[in-house]
Design a protein. Structure first.
Length: 575
């Protein structure tokens, strides 16, 4: 709230002024009753006019206060939402690997709105209610100190009960927020995986799982409902004891002539005016506890320091000379994915990374763009340790095309230009042509302006990959990473894409991760990985004789017809 001190100040000032008007109305009402008793028509007319004027003033002040408080509330929501999103962008890939998307979405929507509503409205409401009680009590003491003391006896009990309610409700409400986040995560996952759900006719199973999650929300919410069912009526009951005292003691004083009927009316009205804020104290504290629980969930993310911190240096000039020196890396507490890897890749060369699933191929290339940092050892590009350079500049020099490319819910042109938003339409179309994507793009309903839908699901796997390749080509990086990039295309399309890739790889350092031997044939050099270690390196012919693991991979890959069509006959015969 610090940036909005003026708004908060005016909101509180307007609330205080409105409460002064509120407190003035019962006093004027009491005086009017006395004028009625005295038969003073002129005095009654004057007081009635004053009551209307004060009520209109309170109306204007309340409207202004709500407008100011609303603006502050929405500005806080804007700041918090932007701050949370910006912080999420700074966090490393490892953080997202351990998080459910729905959980993060719940914190960015439900929890954030809860905090915003309390800071913008709930906090002012609590202070306004407290001010109403204080001013009303002060007015009552002015009218009759003894009667005021008797009428306000329940107030300390209200404070004790409200405090106990707040202490008991906070953990319950925090658990409710967590359960709601689980439901959000379940819905998000079900929608994202709807193709798999329908493919396996798993709708009943998903519905059963969803009902179980919603039932947990219901059960936890019922605990909070039971607390409210007891404490809120109890908080409303206590002030009524003060009303009974006023009617009994104050009524006798009026009968005995020690208290005027007008003062009794004002006194009774003040107590009625205070009952509302005291009764709503439980509701206000519930809002506060919910906001506190939501705030704790938000700050779990905001207080988390990014593990990948950008370096101060600029990217040096060069053409993509990559070096790994004694690099070891592991995911969390699991076994090391890479172990003492040393690798020197000359600028402009193409290296194929080969090995069984889990051998560390994808992990190795992820270290180049600092999606992760090695546990030990160094990764450098053109002589600069990647941890010492600006991470944005580093990643602009590296382009990745993986086996399951992600497309945004945007146009084809927008997805291709994502790596270079300032690219001209001619550059976009040229990149598409080089990626062998122009033909199918022209056949789309709106060509390059066709929207591809969420994650590009309106396109085939091969079409998505060719758009991803065009995106990488448009980026014009020093280092190109092809992570099984031709796995979703047929043999004919693969030959077309590889022809384009050979042109794109010219003079550019390229890492090819492949299971198809036809893709490995693109490489000048082959590196064989096993259990996170480099066990062999060389050409295809050299590795056939020197590496039993590569010989096994190549032998199993002999049934790859594309490989047989493109690899020279003497190499095929050697298998």
């Amino acid at each position: 709230m610090r940036p909005y001190k003026p708004g908060v100040f005016w909101s509180l000032l307007l609330a205080a002024a409105a409460m002064v008007c509120t407190v003035a109305i019962p006093w004027l009402t009491g005086r009017a009753v006395d004028q009625i008793s005295a038969g003073d028509r002129d005095g009654l007319r004057t007081l009635a006019t004053l009551i209307v004027a004060v009520a209109v003033g309170r109306l204007g002040l309340s409207v202004a206060r709500r407008l100011v408080a609303g603006k502050v509330s929405l500005a806080i929501e804007y700041d918090l939402r932007t701050l949370l999103y910006a912080h999420l962008q700074k966090l490393e890939l490892g953080f997202f690997a351990g998080q459910q998307t729905g959980q993060l979405m719940s914190r960015a929507t439900v929890d954030l709105s809860s905090v915003r509503f309390f800071l913008g409205y709930g906090l002012v409401f609590i202070l306004q209610s407290a001010l109403t009680i204080l001013l009303g009590a002060a007015a009552m003491f002015v009218l009759s100190p003894a009667l005021a003391a008797l009428a306000l006896i329940p107030v300390p009990f209200v404070v004790v009960v409200a405090t106990r309610y707040g202490r008991r409700s906070r953990p319950v409400l925090q658990e409710v927020q967590q359960r709601i986040a689980e439901v959000t995560a379940d819905v998000e996952e079900n929608i994202s995986g709807v193709r798999v759900v329908k493919a396996f006719a798993a709708e009943p199973r998903q519905l059963t799982r969803f009902r179980a999650n919603v039932a947990r929300v219901f059960e936890q919410s019922m605990i909070g409902t039971r607390l409210r069912a007891f404490y809120n009526p109890f908080l409303a009951f206590l002030p009524n004891l003060g009303l009974a005292v006023i009617l009994l003691v104050g009524g006798r004083q009026v009968i005995n002539g020690t208290l005027s009927l007008g003062d009794f009316t004002a006194f009774y009205t003040y107590l009625l005016m205070m009952i509302g804020p005291m009764r709503m104290l439980g509701v206000a504290l519930g809002l506060a506890q919910r906001a506190s629980a939501s705030g704790a969930r938000l700050f779990e993310i905001l207080d988390r320091e990014p593990e990948i911190v950008s370096g101060p240096a600029a990217m040096p000039d060069g053409r993509g000379h990559v070096q790994l020196r004694d690099v070891t890396f592991g995911y969390g507490s699991g076994p090391d994915a890479l172990r003492h890897v040393t690798l020197d890749v000359e600028a402009g060369s193409t290296v194929a990374l080969v090995g069984a699933t889990g051998s560390g191929k994808s992990t190795l290339v992820q270290l180049l763009s600092r999606l992760y940092d090695p546990t030990s050892g160094t990764v450098s590009i053109d002589g600069a340790d990647v941890r010492s350079v600006d991470v944005v500049a580093l990643r602009r020099e590296i382009a990745v095309v993986d086996d399951d490319p992600f497309l945004f819910s945007d146009t084809v042109a927008g997805n291709i230009a994502y790596a270079r938003p300032d690219a001209s339409r001619e550059d976009i179309e040229r990149a598409a042509e080089r990626a062998q994507a122009a033909e199918f793009i022209d056949d789309l309903p709106d060509g390059y302006d066709t929207r591809v839908g969420e994650r590009g699901l309106t396109l085939s796997g091969g079409q998505r990959q060719r758009i991803a390749i065009a995106r990488a080509l448009l980026a014009d990086p020093r280092v190109l990473i092809l992570d099984d990039a031709t796995s979703s295309v047929d043999a004919t399309t693969e030959r077309e894409i590889k022809a384009a890739l050979r042109e794109a790889m010219e003079g550019r350092t390229t890492f090819v991760i492949a299971h198809r031997l036809s893709t490995i044939a693109l490489a000048d050099d082959i590196v064989v990985l096993e259990k996170g270690r480099v066990v062999a390196r060389g050409s295809h012919d050299e590795l056939l004789t020197r590496s039993p693991l590569y010989h096994e991979i190549a032998t199993k890959g002999c049934t790859d017809q594309v490989f047989l069509n493109e690899v020279p006959e003497d190499k095929v015969a050697g298998l």
